[in-house]
Design a protein around this ligand. Structure first.
Ligand code: URA
Length: 219
C-alpha cells in the first residue's frame, strides 16, 4: 500500500504485485462476467485485509491449552459499516465482508445521468445507524467524476458521525479524487490504482470499461 503524495489520506496498491495481477485480469477486455466478478471478490478480500493494517488493535489475555499468554484483536474490525453502491460494488462487498465479517451493511442505489451534467439519482437508500466508533467503508469500484460518492457521503453522514470514512475502489481518476477530497476532506481513499484521466463520456482511461456491465453481462 502506498500513499499518493497529491492528496492527504489517499492510498493505492500499485506496489502489490498480486493486487496488480487481479487488476490486469479485470482490465483485459477478454475477461468475461464470471472471471470479472471473481476478480472483484478477490480484490475486495485482499484490500480489506490490507486495510485492517490501518485499524486499531487491542491486546487480550488468552489461554492456550498449555499456558496463559497475550494475543490481539483488531478492535475496529468489530465496528464496520459497509455501504454498497449498486450495482458494481456487490461483488466487491462480497470480498470485503469475508475479512470484515462483523460488518453491518447498507445499500445505496446511485446512478449517473448522461454527459455533460452527470447528475446523480438516488432511488434506494438503506443505511444502518452509524455510531462514533464505526469505520464506514463505502464500496464503489469506479471513482470517475466523484459525483456519486460526494452524494453518497452526504447521505450517509445523515445517519450519525463515524470514527472514519473510507472509500474502497478499484480504479480512480485524479479528477474524481480531487472533487471528493474538496467536498469531504475527512474521507480516506484506498484504490487498487489511480489511472490517467477521464474521457468526455466520464469513463476512466485506460480503465476497464463499465464495471457494472462487465460484472453482470448486461448494460
Ligand atoms: N463507471 C464505470 O463503470 N467505468 C468508468 O470508467 C467510469 C465510471
Amino acid at each position: 500500500m502506498k500513499r499518493d503524495e497529491r492528496w492527504e489520506g489517499v492510498y493505492s496498491f500499485e506496489d502489490s504485485p498480486f493486487i496488480m495481477e487481479i487488476l490486469t485480469e479485470l482490465r483485459d477486455e477478454k475477461t468475461g462476467p464470471i472471471a470479472f466478478r471473481k476478480g472483484l471478490v478477490k480484490l475486495g478480500r485482499y484490500m480489506a485485509y490490507e486495510i485492517t493494517k490501518t485499524m486499531d488493535v487491542e491486546k487480550v489475555p488468552i489461554k492456550t491449552p498449555l499456558e496463559e499468554t497475550e494475543g490481539i484483536i483488531v478492535k475496529d474490525r468489530r465496528n464496520v459499516v459497509i455501504i454498497t453502491v449498486l450495482r458494481a460494488a456487490i461483488p466487491l462487498m462480497e470480498g470485503l465482508i469475508k475479512v470484515l465479517d462483523h460488518a453491518r451493511v447498507g445499500i445505496v442505489s446511485a446512478s449517473r445521468g448522461k454527459a455533460p451534467k452527470f447528475e446523480i439519482e438516488m432511488k434506494y437508500v438503506k443505511v444502518p445507524q452509524i455510531r462514533s466508533e464505526d469505520t464506514v467503508i463505502i464500496a464503489d469500484p469506479m471513482i470517475a467524476t466523484g459525483s456519486t460518492l460526494i452524494k453518497v457521503l452526504e447521505e450517509v453522514k445523515k445517519y450519525g458521525k463515524a470514527k472514519r470514512y473510507v472509500i474502497i475502489g478499484v480504479l480512480a481518476a485524479p479528477e474524481g479524487i480531487s472533487r471528493i477530497k474538496e467536498a469531504h476532506p475527512d474521507v480516506e481513499m484506498f484504490v487498487a490504482a489511480i489511472d490517467r484521466e477521464l474521457n468526455e463520456k466520464g469513463y476512466i482511461l485506460p480503465g476497464l470499461g463499465d464495471a457494472g456491465d462487465r460484472a453482470f453481462g448486461a448494460p
